[in-house]
Design a protein around this ligand. Structure first.
Ligand SMILES: *Cc1c(COP(=O)(O)O)cnc(C)c1O
Length: 455
């Protein structure tokens, strides 16, 4: 039923109480309970910086002549990030709303450069473990995507070479991949990209703001940035391990010539002359200023301290879990990882964690692409404060996990799947694991459409 637009305005008190009511069932951001969605530095002073976000919220970055602060802030920030990624004076970039926008923009630039030279439908060549944002970019931009298998450590290696041809507009690698946390063999792929004169994008959305600091702590982190001459562009999310407000990421390019293909201009309408760096026209400067504030407040030193806490928590939690017989998938290089178990039902374990207020990411994997089911944890600095408590909980939980469900749930009918999921929530993960991805996608589409209705 339609909710009527209120005849008269509602007083502030009442607005607050209505929205608080709406938020009753949201996951509470209580410190250390989330292993996904939110990267918690556990620092009170960073909460205090949120006033900067509000101060700049209504300055419109669309017209940086009217709001020159937004341009100054962005140029500062891109320059700092280029420095962190071993760029030089040619390195350029753009502040965006998130990893997805950073990736879409880089793929647009790669596509347009490709189309200046060739007339084929441009293709993206990406490891199976690379983020779906690349498939989304292909869909939005009229490109094709080829997914390449990964090696026994679940990372992409020089096998990718066999998939590159004269239709390839961009090759992708992750630093690290989100599902398993391993850094692809970026040095090898950089050499291949140079050799084949292909655009090479490194997706450091989750790793960009922690790998440099883990390296500083003495970890053996492979090169993944502009140190490697084959890297054309990179995506780095600030709203993950950068601990900045949600809605902040950067896309960086080896030089301005590559970035030029990203820009959208239009002088072919009767209104104001339009020139947009990214996808937005009207653009709140809140997340941008909030990010500048966070990066400058913490500095390299602050990020290093946070990485140290994160690493300690990661090591404690990881070994507490493997001590109980769980298996780490691949070889994680940073502070995110996934684990599974031969005999225990990992989906049941993930669901029981959530029922008890600890939020991991459940990764069903898929039998058709031969990817395991697992539970995924992103470790944040705040987890050091709760690692003991978490492991105590996990030890207890482990005793109550069901044995692995050996049934197959290969479903072909969307209606049947929806019925099964309605009866038993865990079925969603089991169906995704055993059904063809195209079928699961149809199920998701129905569920999402159904969710966004006013009832
Ligand atoms: C988070 C993530 C993305 C997508 O970023 P959003 O900010 O969610 O749009 C892309 N790639 C990797 C590796 C990520 O971790």
């Amino acid at each position: 039923m339609l909710k009527r637009f209120p005849e008269r305005g509602i007083p502030v008190d009442e607005i607050n109480s209505i929205l608080d009511g709406y938020g009753k069932n949201d996951i509470k951001n209580s410190r250390g309970r989330l292993f996904t969605y939110f990267y918690d530095p556990g620092l009170k002073d960073l909460d205090d910086l949120s006033s900067i976000l509000l101060k700049f919220y209504n300055r419109n970055g669309m017209d940086y002549h009217a709001f020159p602060s937004t341009l100054k802030i962005e140029n500062d920030l891109i320059s700092m990030m280029s420095d962190l990624m071993h760029g030089n004076d040619d390195t350029s970039g753009t502040f965006t709303t998130g990893g997805t926008e950073s990736i879409l923009l880089a793929m647009k630039a790669a596509r347009d450069l490709f189309l200046e030279k060739k007339e084929y439908v441009p293709e993206i060549v990406a490891p199976v473990t690379a983020h779906p944002a690349f498939s989304k970019a292909a869909k939005y931009l009229g490109m094709k995507i080829t997914r390449v298998p990964v090696n026994e450590d679940y990372i992409a290696d020089d096998t990718i070479n066999q998939y590159i041809n004269d239709r390839t507009a961009a090759v992708i690698a992750s630093a690290p991949s989100f599902p398993y946390g391993g850094i692809d063999n970026i040095k090898d792929i950089s050499e291949i990209a140079l050799d084949k004169n292909t655009w090479f994008h490194v997706d450091a959305c989750v790793g960009g703001m922690i790998l440099p600091f883990l390296k500083g702590l003495g970890l053996n982190i492979k090169d993944f940035d502009f140190k490697l001459p084959g890297v054309s562009s990179m995506s780095i999310d600030l709203h993950k391990y950068g601990f900045t407000p949600k809605g902040s990421s950067v896309v960086l390019y080896k030089n301005r010539d590559l970035r030029k293909r990203q820009i959208y201009v239009n002088a072919d309408w009767p209104g104001y002359p339009m020139s947009n760096m990214g996808m937005q026209a009207t653009k709140s400067a809140g997340p941008l200023a909030g990010s500048w504030a966070t990066l400058n407040y913490l500095g390299l030193d602050g990020y290093k301290k946070l990485a140290e806490k994160t690493l300690k928590a990661y090591r404690m939690i990881r070994s507490g879990i493997t001590d109980l017989g769980y298996k780490i998938i691949g070889r994680p290089d940073a502070t995110i990882f996934a684990f599974t178990h031969n005999d225990k039902d990992i989906i049941d374990l993930g669901i029981k964690m959530i029922e008890n207020g600890w939020y991991p990411q459940i990764q069903p994997g898929n039998v058709f692409i031969d990817m395991p089911d697992s539970v995924h944890l992103n470790i944040s600095p705040v987890h050091l404060d709760v690692a003991d408590e978490f492991l105590e909980f996990f030890n207890e939980l482990d005793k109550n996990v069901k044995p692995r469900d050996k049934n197959s749930y290969n479903v072909n009918s969307v209606e049947k799947a929806l019925e099964m999921i309605k009866k038993e929530k865990s079925m969603l993960f089991r169906i995704i694991r055993y059904s063809r991805p195209e079928v699961s996608e149809k199920i998701f589409l129905e569920m999402t459409d159904e969710d966004f209705t006013y009832s």
